[in-house]
Design a protein around this ligand. Structure first.
Ligand code: NAP
Length: 486
């Protein structure tokens, strides 16, 4: 057992959330923490997702820390290597590497009398006062258990576990799924594939990115006049907040604009009428993530690309078969089939007060007060927890609000114990679900935003509203036990 009694805080995960939290702790004079990271480097999702074409679908000037602006982004929507590089540089610049223990996969987090035992697969135990989960929402690949899947003798892998030793040029490739990851990798594969078959279950609403590289003059301006970058960042935030968020709330005019833009792009790029008709969604705009791509429909329109919409019945030794009797030969199958997003923290056995587990707590779907704290789990904070995801803006903006929220809770708790009141959390959750039921996300039977009938992943309001509530915590909503009366 590693005796870490002097560690005040354990952060699990070193993606945007864990690194940003660590940096803000240091800036507030708190250096008594350790970051446990299961992989051998920082970056989280931006380390794992290396598929061809991987990039961000939120503009990078907004998808970056406000307290670590980067005037050197090459494209409006940065590519994965540059985002990973940004995080590695951030870790270096802020001297965070010395706080990180790599190769430490957390298996258990057990609360006992005001402290947490955080156990890892290596058999170590880190004892701390505060446990901060920064593990993200999208990191357990979901691969459907298709009949015959394991008998396939070609190469197959999930989009987030890309096998770069496999050459895809000139090959017969099947991509299963058409979500945000698929929309980025399909145009790249389509360029060189002999034949690419795209297996689509549900089409998406897609609008153009109008991506372009930043000119050296723009980069120079961003570096020399940081105020300009701030104004630009604000304008990007406003676009999400005032153009896309109303669509999710059901604004008719803006919704029909997205539909028109989507349909126009299909008409322009996909000349085969049968193919084109299969690309138009029949559900509310915004119910699933609205995708951004300049290249997707162009790729689908290519002659070497087949759009298969019949349900997959089985996978053969070298093929995928569908229930309408189609059989497509493949050298490679890519599972762009998303992630298990529920329950949150699914791989960690989290045990709170009186042996109560997070799994029991969330048996009907995850919830947490403002996505950060949950009753019966004192001194535990979540970053990017339940009901904090967004479909219209940068998650980094919301993470920054969570950092400040946690810093305030840490300061009022000092060396005591803090726990959100059960009644407050319950009331908050009832209200959240009521508001969520009116949004586009509830107007579809299933998506990764939902667990059964409940939207468990997304926040119900604007990101401004979230930020406002997080930055001014209502102290009476928490039970704070000071050391004297502990
Ligand atoms: P996803 O959006 O959940 O898409 C999964 C796809 O697989 C869907 O098309 C789904 O169809 C399909 N699928 C699942 N099971 C299937 C089955 N049994 N048979 C046929 N198709 C099946 O996953 P993702 O594309 O990995 O994206 C997940 C999230 O990651 C995104 O929403 C986004 O938040 C994030 N992401 C972000 C970026 C970025 O640029 N920032 C890039 C990539 C991903 P159905 O729709 O019918 O279920």
């Amino acid at each position: 057992m590693v005796d870490c009694k002097k560690k005040r805080i354990v952060i699990v995960g070193s993606g945007f959330a864990g690194l940003g939290m660590a940096s803000r702790l240091l800036e507030n004079g708190i250096d008594d923490f350790v970051i446990l990271e299961k992989s051998d480097g920082v970056g989280g999702t931006w380390r794992y997702n290396t598929y061809p074409g991987a990039e961000c679908d939120i503009a990078s000037m907004l998808y970056s820390f406000s307290f670590a602006p980067n005037p050197a982004w090459d494209f409006k929507w940065a590519k994965q290597p540059q985002i990973l590089n940004y995080l590695e540089k951030f870790t270096n610049d802020r001297d965070l590497y010395k706080y990180i223990k790599f190769g430490e996969k957390v298996t258990d987090a057990i609360y006992k009398k005001g402290r947490w035992d955080i156990k890892t697969k290596n058999g170590l135990t880190y004892n701390c006062q505060f446990f901060i989960s920064a593990i993200g929402q999208l990191h357990h690949p979901s691969v459907p258990n298709f009949k015959g899947k394991d008998k396939f003798i070609g190469s197959s892998f999930h989009s987030s576990e890309w096998d770069h030793s496999v050459k895809y040029e000139g090959k017969k490739i099947g991509v299963i799924g058409v979500g945000a990851s698929a929309a980025q990798l399909i145009p790249e594969l389509a360029k060189g594939a002999k034949r690419l078959t795209v297996y689509q279950r549900t089409p998406n609403w897609i609008i153009n990115k109008h991506d372009r590289p930043y000119s050296s003059f723009e980069k120079w301006l961003a570096k020399k006049i940081p105020f300009l970058s701030k104004i630009y960042r604000l304008s990007l935030w406003c676009q999400g907040e005032f153009l896309i968020w109303p669509v999710i709330k059901g604004a008719k005019l803006r919704g029909s604009l997205v539909r028109r833009l989507n349909n126009l792009e299909i008409k322009k790029n996909v000349k085969n009428r049968d193919k084109a008709s299969k690309l138009i969604p029949d559900y509310a705009v915004g119910a699933k993530r609205i995708l951004l791509s300049d290249k997707y429909y162009r790729a689908i329109g290519q002659n070497n690309v087949t759009l298969e919409t019949s349900t997959i019945s089985r996978i053969g030794k070298r093929s995928v078969e569908t229930i309408n009797g189609n059989k497509h030969d493949h050298d490679i199958i890519v599972y762009a089939t998303g992630f298990h997003t529920n329950p949150f923290l699914k791989e960690i056995n989290v045990v709170g007060k009186s042996g109560f587990t997070l799994k029991e707590n969330w048996k009907d779907g995850a919830f947490a007060y403002l996505g950060v704290t949950t009753h019966k789990f004192p001194n535990m904070f979540m970053l990017y927890g339940p009901n904090t995801n967004t479909g219209h803006t940068s998650i980094i903006y919301k993470l920054e609000a969570q950092f400040e929220h946690i810093l305030k809770l840490l300061s009022i708790t000092d060396d005591g114990i803090i726990e959100v009141r059960g009644s407050v959390e319950k009331q908050y959750n009832i209200q959240a679900q009521k508001k969520l039921s009116r949004l586009a996300w509830s107007k579809i039977e299933a998506s990764w935003y939902k667990d059964g009938g409940r939207v468990t992943n997304n926040w119900y309001g604007s990101s401004y509203e979230y930020n406002r509530r997080l930055r001014a915590p209502i102290i009476k909503n928490f039970i704070v036990t000071t050391p004297q009366i502990k």
